[in-house]
Design a protein around this ligand. Structure first.
Ligand code: HCA
Ligand code: CU
Length: 460
């Protein structure tokens, strides 16, 4: 049965310019546990005091996932991992000639001896051990087998085959893992595939097919350079292509958004599964197909991961999509009108970069000669309020909270002191509300912004 180790908190934090706060890490670990990943690599406690704190806290949460600490093959690193109370430590040490020569200045025999000594130390401290031969994919096969076999002998029960540079092609990963599986004594094999040629997930899937047990992922595919396989893509591939249904798919979108928010590392729109365009259809041929039967251009229903299909209306769009968009606004048109509306959309589309829904409705109005009222039944606005300097802000807040039009009130920094979220039936009522507000004692100035579109709150 395939397993997933998620390393967002370790490899993911190695993404350039990304640093998580301890509380954020705890939240991420909880969310990963809800998804159901088997292992969470929480960090290398030797990196900094806060990484140490985060690993320790995550280890104490009582999550179902096994909590793993990463460490170089040093006694102090392994001791720190044990202090954090994790179940497992990773002892990582390179095996490729280039890494041994350039970084470690060690020969092969010395390297094996060093690794085994540290694995034995970790076992003495009561830790389970995964051994990672760093740069395994560029290591001579015979030496790789020798190093891994010795590590298993010394007490490691897992080997992470690290394609540290993402240098392999899928068929090579298959062959390498196949041979490794046959050559090694019983152990679990993890696949840590970097994405330097965009082949990480393909490599990982080939590794599984060849008999490996576990795929390493990060949320949003974060990590050094081009990162490693994305958690959501991996889970959907396992679920839909390999029939592995044990993971909870509904949290993936939320987890990805949360990571974007706390990391400042944003996804490309065309990113599979979690990118904004992953379920958006544009050309007439595609939208027509999808509206007749979504299976024409969707591998699976986006609702599976809590997402929605979107259809873009512009010069590529056909009649069916335009009719369906107009129907969303309760606008019905006959066949002749529809034809002319689509023609007009193509003409307007050639002149503009973006067509908004309002433009489409305007075209429909022009073509049909009917006025179309698509304004929402409720108007939402954000009203910013500056308070007189001698007035206590809290007093104005209290008054605002008693007004039925106000749904939320915030005290804020900047030129204004208060921001209120207001819901009224129409512009007339909004105007009256603002007048009332201006007359309120203590209110010096207001600034009102009408909300055009409300998006779901980040992170649910
Ligand atoms: C690194 C180490 C590592 C380790 C992978 C693992 C790699 O280069 O920072 O422990 O499975 O890619 O080799 O991330
Ligand atoms: Cu890595």
């Amino acid at each position: 049965m395939v397993e997933i180790l998620d390393s967002t908190l370790r490899e993911g934090e190695q993404t350039p310019y990304v640093n998580f706060m301890v509380d954020e890490k705890v939240e991420i670990a909880r969310m990963l546990d809800r998804v159901g990943v088997e292992m969470i690599e929480a960090g290398d406690p030797s990196v900094s005091p806060n990484v140490f704190r985060a690993v320790k806290r995550i280890a104490s949460l009582g999550l179902s996932a096994e909590i793993v600490a990463h460490s170089l093959a040093t006694r102090s690193g392994i001791a720190k991992a044990a202090e954090c109370g994790v179940a497992r430590v990773v002892v990582f040490y390179p095996t490729s000639k280039i890494h041994l020569d350039a970084k470690m200045h060690k020969g092969e025999d010395e390297a094996v001896e060093w690794v085994c000594e540290h694995i034995r130390y970790a076992r003495e401290l009561g830790l389970k051990v995964r051994y990672t031969p760093e740069d395994a994919s560029r290591t001579g096969f015979e030496f790789l087998v020798r190093a891994c076999s010795a590590a298993i002998q010394a007490g490691a029960d897992r080997i992470s085959f690290a394609d540290t540079l993402g240098a392999l092609r899928p068929h090579e990963t298959y062959e390498r893992i196949r041979a490794l599986r046959e050559a090694l004594p019983p152990c679990r094999i993890d696949l840590h595939c970097h994405n330097d040629y965009g082949l990480a997930l393909a490599n990982a899937l080939e590794g599984i097919r060849a008999g490996a047990d576990c795929i390493h992922t990060t949320v949003n595919g974060m990590g050094e350079r081009a990162g490693i396989p994305d958690l959501a893509e991996t889970i959907l591939a396992l679920h839909n292509l390999l029939g592995e249904e044990k993971y909870e798919l509904t949290h993936l979108t939320e987890l990805s958004s949360y990571l974007e928010r706390v990391s400042g590392f944003f996804l490309a729109p065309n990113k599979p599964i979690t990118g904004v365009n992953a379920f958006t259809h544009k050309s007439g041929v595609h939208t027509n197909g999808v509206l007749k039967d979504p299976r024409t251009y969707e591998n699976f229903d986006p609702a599976l991961i809590g997402r929605e299909r979107r259809i873009v209306i512009d010069k590529y769009t056909g009649k069916r999509a335009v009719a369906s968009r107009l129907a969303e606004y309760g606008v019905e048109v006959d066949a002749g009108e529809l034809e002319r509306i689509v023609e007009e959309i193509k003409r307007v589309g050639d002149e503009r970069k973006l067509l908004h829904d309002a433009d489409i409705v305007e075209v429909a109005e022009r073509v049909t000669g009917r006025s179309i009222d698509i304004f929402p039944k409720e108007l939402n606005a954000i009203v910013m309020i500056a308070v007189e300097s001698h007035v206590y802000t809290g007093a104005v807040v209290r008054r605002l909270k008693n007004l039925k039009q106000v749904s939320n009130v915030y005290e804020i920094t900047g030129d204004y002191d208060i921001s209120a979220y207001v819901k009224v039936p129409n512009t007339w009522d909004l105007n009256n509300f603002i007048e009332e507000l201006r007359a309120m004692p203590g209110v010096k100035l207001t600034d009102t912004r009408v909300v055009l579109k409300k998006h779901a709150e980040n992170g649910g």
